[in-house]
Write a protein of this length. Structure first.
Length: 155
């Protein structure tokens, strides 16, 4: 999977050049450059709005509900996807801008969010050897000193 991601990253500039040539052929070079500039400006505006809203949501979550902070932050993946959409719009190119616009559409963003959560569940299988204890169900023991024979050697 890592090889596919690296290949996609390496092929993206070539694909963007081909897309730009095709669009410039259809609408002209000047209008194509204006569209790329407009998407970059739109990306910066989305990043600015998503950044401020995300920071305000984070502050409200932490200040208002310390018990539910983790759950609220977990549900905040839509904000991360909005920032990703802004980044994709900000990067010059038609393909990245198209992906950014698609991520700004609510149902597409929700579908990506649910697919990501499913992928995470598959990647992180539950470990039967791990116990989740509440604070009253455990006590901390003092650290034991290791003898010289059991200490790892540092060469």
């Amino acid at each position: 999977m890592v090889k596919r991601i690296i290949a996609a990253i390496l092929l993206l500039p070539l694909a963007e050049i081909v897309a730009f040539i095709l669009v410039a052929t259809l609408i002209g070079t000047g209008p194509a450059l204006l569209v790329v500039l407009a998407s970059t400006i739109a990306g910066s505006l989305v990043l600015r709005a998503a950044g401020r809203a995300g920071l305000a949501h984070f502050r409200g979550t932490i200040a208002g509900a310390p018990d539910g902070a983790a759950q609220n932050l977990q549900h905040g993946a839509g904000g991360v996807l909005t920032v990703l959409a802004g980044l994709l719009l900000f990067v010059p190119g038609f393909l990245t801008s198209l992906a950014g616009v698609l991520l700004l559409i609510g149902p597409v963003r929700q579908a990506c969010n649910s697919r990501f959560k499913q992928w995470l569940r598959r990647r992180q299988p539950s470990d039967p050897g791990t116990l989740d204890l509440k604070p009253g169900e455990w006590t901390q023991l003092p650290d034991r000193e290791l003898s010289d024979e059991t200490r790892p050697r540092r060469d």
